[in-house]
Design a protein around this ligand. Structure first.
Ligand SMILES: Cc1ncc(COP(=O)(O)O)c(C=O)c1O
Length: 469
């Protein structure tokens, strides 16, 4: 009995989880062998498992819990809204105050003048909505062939059929029969990984823009290519901050071919990159903006799509022609989620969360850069309150370790977890994205634990003969 892990015994959470729960993003076979870490409560930047072990949530859950894992005010607002109006919808000209208030608030915060806000429940749904909006709009404008949407290799936009197609990661396509038609992928603006010998950042971004233009021309030019979608700073692809000047060049190409520019702010939005929006950090002028996650501090599921008036006018005329905009979710703008999101935004304003994040950003980035000299680290990259450390086998050639046999990133993440810190490794890039409320002392604690995790991974790799350094 004693050699059975404690959490697998009898009717434990782990045993019941393995028996009944099909997880997102999980190797099911591995899960059957090792079971889950079951989180039972949260407090500030910490979460606690059912063994009583506390972890710093160095990823804010899924890049999202800006206020951490406890907040009385949000709990109270949810309770009050549930008592007053627990559910109502927004189909067929019905509405309710929480959705109206939140739409008004989001428009007042937008990085460019926006006309309308559409609500969904997740980032994936928001981006699926964008794909349909672009198609619907171009049908309205009498351009039935202009339907192709450009995304990027390593971009992440979700996992539903259209948004999963926009996503540019093999694991989201393989065996799912994705991507669907009309979705294209252009080059990834990761200078460290993809620049050629002797190529400057400026030459690299010019090449990215040229490759985009070549793709557009090959796919039928302005007649067929309708839009480009991008996360201002890529998240799940490995926290990739494009070099200066990249978006100016990319947006010039999009304008030349009369394409809409869609900013996916699902991770970037609400202070993550040091400004309210990633668009402001990266100098982007979007026609459409999607957001989710920190919109409600992740206390409840809600996402939003903001559109300019030019787009709204086209949607309006088509909805009038057909009789309706035949798109919407039962829970579009759910009153409890909308009320909680609005309260989250009020809290952000009252505690000056975006100002706090901006003040913490240089401290965060300094900690991140302190890893640049670590024997395992090839690149330390970040902006604002998000960053990643790329592990390489050879700092000079940037050659990676073999993922399957060495699993260096996984070793770091596992050691970090044992030390009471959750980070996320995407292959050999280890990401850090803590709740924005994190303070200076907590940041030092987080990065101190991460340093130990890197040192322990290095020690293991030396023992296993993987590190020759
Ligand atoms: C940039 C971006 N867009 C879209 C999504 C999809 O959001 P969801 O998981 O809520 O569907 C994510 C999720 O991490 C994301 O990071």
């Amino acid at each position: 009995m004693n050699d059975v892990p404690r959490s697998f015994r009898g009717n434990s959470n782990a045993a019941r989880d393995i028996a009944h729960h099909l997880h997102p993003y999980t190797n099911f076979k591995k899960h059957e062998a090792t079971g889950p870490v079951t989180i039972v409560r949260g407090r500030g930047i910490y979460v606690m498992d059912d063994d009583g072990k506390e972890y710093i949530e160095g990823m804010a859950g899924l890049w999202s819990a800006a206020l951490g894992f406890s907040n009385e005010r949000l709990a109270t607002v949810a309770y009050e809204q549930m008592k007053q109006l627990p559910f109502y919808h927004a189909f067929n000209q019905r509405s309710h105050e929480p959705a109206i208030n939140l739409a008004e608030k989001l428009k007042s915060m937008a990085p460019v003048e926006m006309s309308k806000v559409f609500f969904a429940n997740s980032g994936s749904e928001a981006n699926d909505t964008v794909v349909k909006m672009v198609w619907y709009m171009n049908n309205a404008l009498g351009r039935p062939k202009k339907k192709k949407i450009v995304s990027r290799i390593k971009g992440y936009h979700g996992i539903t059929v259209a948004s999963g197609s926009l996503t540019g990661l093999p694991v989201n396509h393989r065996s799912f029969d994705l991507p669907i038609a009309n979705i294209l992928h252009t080059s990834c603006p990761h200078y460290y990984r993809f620049h050629t010998e002797g190529e400057t950042e400026d030459q690299f971004t010019t090449r990215c823009a040229e490759e985009l233009e070549q793709l557009i021309i090959k796919e039928g030019g302005a007649d067929e290519v309708a839009a480009m979608i991008a996360e201002p700073v890529m998240g799940a692809g490995g926290v990739i901050v494009p070099p200066k000047g990249y978006y100016e060049k990319i947006q010039a190409v999009c304008t030349k071919y009369d394409m809409l520019f869609v900013a996916d702010e699902v991770i970037n939005g609400f202070g993550r990159t040091g400004n309210v929006w990633g668009c402001q950090t990266m100098n982007i002028k979007p026609d459409i903006l999607t957001c989710a996650k920190a919109l409600s501090a992740s206390f409840l599921p809600i996402s939003a799509v903001m559109i300019t008036d030019k787009i709204y006018q086209a949607l309006m005329s088509e909805s009038d022609k057909i009789g309706t905009w035949g798109h919407g979710f039962t829970y579009s703008g759910h009153p409890v989620a909308a009320a909680v999101a609005l309260e989250a935004q009020k809290i952000y304003d009252e505690i000056d969360l975006f100002g706090h994040a901006k003040r913490m950003s240089p401290i965060f980035q300094k900690h991140l850069q302190s890893f640049a000299d670590h024997p395992l680290v090839g690149e330390a990259m970040g902006v604002g309150m998000v960053g990643a450390l790329e592990i390489v086998a050879d700092k000079k050639t940037r050659a990676p370790y073999d993922l399957a046999t060495v699993g260096a990133g996984t070793r770091v993440a596992n050691h970090a977890q044992a030390l009471g810190l959750f980070v996320r490794n995407m292959g050999d890039r280890v990401a850090i994205c803590p709740p924005l409320i994190i303070n200076e002392t907590e940041l030092a604690d987080l990065f101190g634990r991460l340093h130990k995790a890197f040192d322990l991974a290095l020690a293991d790799m030396k023992t296993d003969g993987h590190f020759e350094g």
